[in-house]
Structures are given as structure tokens and as C-alpha cells.
Design a protein around this ligand. Structure first.
Ligand code: SF4
Ligand code: SF4
Length: 364
């Protein structure tokens, strides 16, 4: 076995033995011609390869999250799995560096390029974890555009280490073996309508073609997954967001709606847990309130349907003055909101402006 093969196997084993459920290697050659966020040298001049891996999320906590029994458990697991993926990426980078191969551990999430026209607010990642993962065989693209793995579906957090070591590339998973049967439950579970129902995005990375449903404005996901609002169109279920701001129809309406929702939701009490995000003003925390398209996409179709049923049959979420969240029926939620003072209520839903008192016709 050559040195290159040995080092490649070592790097893959390094992440697998710390809990990754899949790992692979992409190289400058296998990423050639891909979108700008496949450029490894953006984070490390002289980079030649990247080790991509997936860390599974806790399935029991997902079940309790989707069925709206427990918000904090999955939120905590999600935040910490992101930290573990980042830590593992840095740990492998440090190890390789010590052995003479300068390397860089990529943050699993919430790092954006600062040299684009609007900087951080363009939300362009330094390196695309998704592209590297599909090109190196960690998973396939599902119709949702999420990376779906053989064992844990889309319920994973992706990580990667970029290195100057010349590792051997691994092949993408055979397209014919994907479990994605276009069941569209990811779309049905998305209150924001991010995924286009008929149009597809295709891209070529290293001479191979990949595709998934075209993503409409990312502000859709920011508004809903960001926790500002989250009632399904039929009014019967919601995400973990207690917000009821209107979800617009057109892409161009989302940016103003998002700005308004960020401003109007400021007076809500804080939810337990949460995490800091660089795009939030005044160091306000964000909370995981959705992720539905990712969390329900399991390799077993029956399990996928079961998760979708859990999501859609367990009511809508309201918030109590102490910040706690609870799932209730849509009718109870309506009463809960109308019992609030107008100022409180405006933190959750678009309260119609009160009509000006009409001028009296005759002076008395
Ligand atoms: S939910 Fe269904 S359609 Fe969507 S990515 Fe998963 S398997 Fe594919
Ligand atoms: S995370 Fe939620 S809002 Fe965002 S695309 Fe997925 S289902 Fe839609």
C-alpha cells in the first residue's frame, strides 16, 4: 500500500472512529469546474484535497422535536453536533499539520465570505460542505437539495478538513442507488416553499452532473427556519416558531418580510437554549424551530411518512410569558394570541392597524 493510500485511509478512519457515519475525499481535480465554493484554495493556499464527513443527529431527539414534545433536546443536540463536526475537522487538520501537511478545519456552519458585494449578508459559505460531500460519496443530493446519507438520511451535520496533503479521491455514490424516490415530503413539510416543485438545478463538479430542486429565495428559509414565523398554509400545524407573521408568496416579498419580522419579534421572551448567529443584530440569539426537510428525510420511506405524520398531527406552537413553548390545537392558539395585549401580539403576528376614531358629524 502506497503512502498516499495509507494517509487517505488514515484520514477517513480518523473521523469515522469519532462518530462520523460516512466519510470521503474530494481533491482539486474531482472538484474542478465546480461552483466557486468548491475552491479549496479559498481557505488554504496550496490545498490539494478535502476530507468530507457526516455526523449523525440523535434520532430520538428528532422524533420528540418533530412531534412537538421537546424542543430543547434536539436544539441542544443540533448545536453540539455542529460544534463536534467543527472540532473534529480542526482536530484532523491539526494532526495532519503536525505530520507536515498544513491543513485547515472548516467550520460546520455559519461562516460566510466577507469579500462578496454584501459580505456576510450574501450568506455564501467559505467552502460548500454539501458539494464536497456529494462529490466524495458521503451522500447523494436529495430532491430537497440536502445531502442524504445511506444510514441516517439527511439528519446529519456535515464537516470537512481541507489539506495540502495529496489524498486519493473517493467516488460519488452511484446515482441509481439513491433512496430518494421523490416522495416530496420534504416540500410538504416546508412552510416557506423554498424548494421549487418542478424546476431543477443542475451543476457539474469534476466532470460529473448533480441535481436537485431549484431553491427559491433563501430568505424563505431565513424567515421560517430562523424562527420568526412558521404556520403551515392549512393552519393545522406549525414549526416550533410561535410566530404567525404572514408567509409571502413571491420571492421578492421575503426580504422586507424578514426585516419586519426581525424587528417586530424583538419583544418575545427568550427561548431556552439557542445560539448566536453573526447575521443577527444586537447579539440576539436564534433558535432551531424548523429543519423539517432535513429531519424527516430517512432512508426508509415508512419512517419518513411516520415522521411527517408526527409533524403535521401535533398542533401548533405558542409561547408563554416565561419563554417556554407548547404545542396546542389551532383553536387554542388563536385564543392565546387574541388574549395578548396589542403590543405583545404584534411580536407574533401582523396585527391590523387600529382604525382612527371617526370624526363626529355634529358637535354636541
Ligand atoms: S423527503 Fe423524499 S423527496 Fe425529499 S429528499 Fe427525502 S426522499 Fe427525496
Ligand atoms: S429548514 Fe424548514 S423552512 Fe428551511 S427549507 Fe427546510 S423545511 Fe423549509
Amino acid at each position: 500500500m502506497g503512502d498516499r493510500t495509507q494517509l487517505t485511509q488514515f484520514a477517513i478512519d480518523y473521523v469515522m472512529c469519532q462518530g462520523a457515519c460516512a466519510a470521503g475525499v474530494a481533491t482539486r481535480e474531482t472538484l474542478a469546474g465546480g461552483p466557486p465554493s468548491t475552491d479549496l484554495e479559498y481557505v488554504l493556499p496550496g490545498a490539494k484535497s478535502a476530507v468530507s464527513f457526516a455526523m449523525p443527529l440523535d434520532a430520538q431527539k428528532i422524533e420528540r422535536f418533530l412531534s412537538k414534545q421537546d424542543h430543547a433536546g434536539h436544539q441542544h443536540d443540533n448545536v453540539h453536533t455542529n460544534l463536534v463536526a467543527t472540532g473534529l475537522a480542526v482536530s484532523l487538520a491539526t494532526f495532519l499539520d503536525q505530520r507536515g501537511h498544513p491543513s485547515y478545519g472548516v467550520s460546520a456552519n455559519a461562516v460566510y465570505r466577507k469579500d462578496t458585494p454584501r459580505g456576510l449578508f450574501d450568506f455564501m459559505p467559505d467552502i460548500s460542505q454539501r458539494y464536497l460531500a456529494v462529490r466524495s460519496g458521503v451522500g447523494w443530493f436529495g430532491l430537497s437539495g440536502n445531502v442524504i446519507t445511506k444510514t441516517h438520511g439527511a439528519a446529519v451535520i456535515l464537516g470537512c478538513t481541507v489539506t495540502t496533503a495529496e489524498l486519493e479521491p473517493t467516488d460519488p455514490l452511484p446515482a441509481a442507488e439513491t433512496y430518494c424516490d421523490e416522495c416530496r415530503l420534504c416540500m410538504a413539510a416546508c412552510a416557506s416553499g423554498l424548494m421549487h416543485r418542478t424546476e431543477r438545478t443542475t451543476l457539474t463538479i469534476g466532470g460529473m452532473e448533480f441535481g436537485y430542486s431549484r431553491r427559491r429565495s433563501y430568505h424563505r428559509c431565513d424567515l421560517v427556519c430562523g424562527g420568526f414565523t412558521g404556520l403551515a398554509k392549512n393552519g393545522k400545524w406549525s414549526t416550533w416558531s410561535p410566530g404567525r407573521f404572514r408567509i409571502p408568496e413571491k420571492d421578492e416579498e421575503f426580504q422586507p418580510a424578514l426585516r419586519k419580522a426581525i424587528r417586530d419579534s424583538q419583544g418575545r421572551p427568550e427561548i431556552e437554549g439557542g445560539f448566536y448567529h453573526p447575521a443577527m443584530p444586537s447579539h440576539r440569539k436564534l433558535n432551531f424551530t424548523c429543519g423539517n426537510c432535513q429531519l424527516l428525510c430517512h432512508p426508509d420511506r415508512a419512517e419518513r411518512k411516520r415522521r411527517y405524520t408526527l409533524l403535521t398531527r401535533n398542533g401548533v406552537v405558542v409561547q408563554h410569558p416565561d419563554g417556554s413553548l407548547a404545542a396546542v390545537s389551532p383553536a387554542v392558539a388563536k385564543r392565546h394570541l387574541t388574549a395578548m395585549s396589542p403590543a405583545q401580539r404584534a411580536c407574533y403576528e401582523d396585527v391590523p392597524a387600529q382604525p382612527e376614531p371617526t370624526a363626529r358629524a355634529h358637535k354636541t
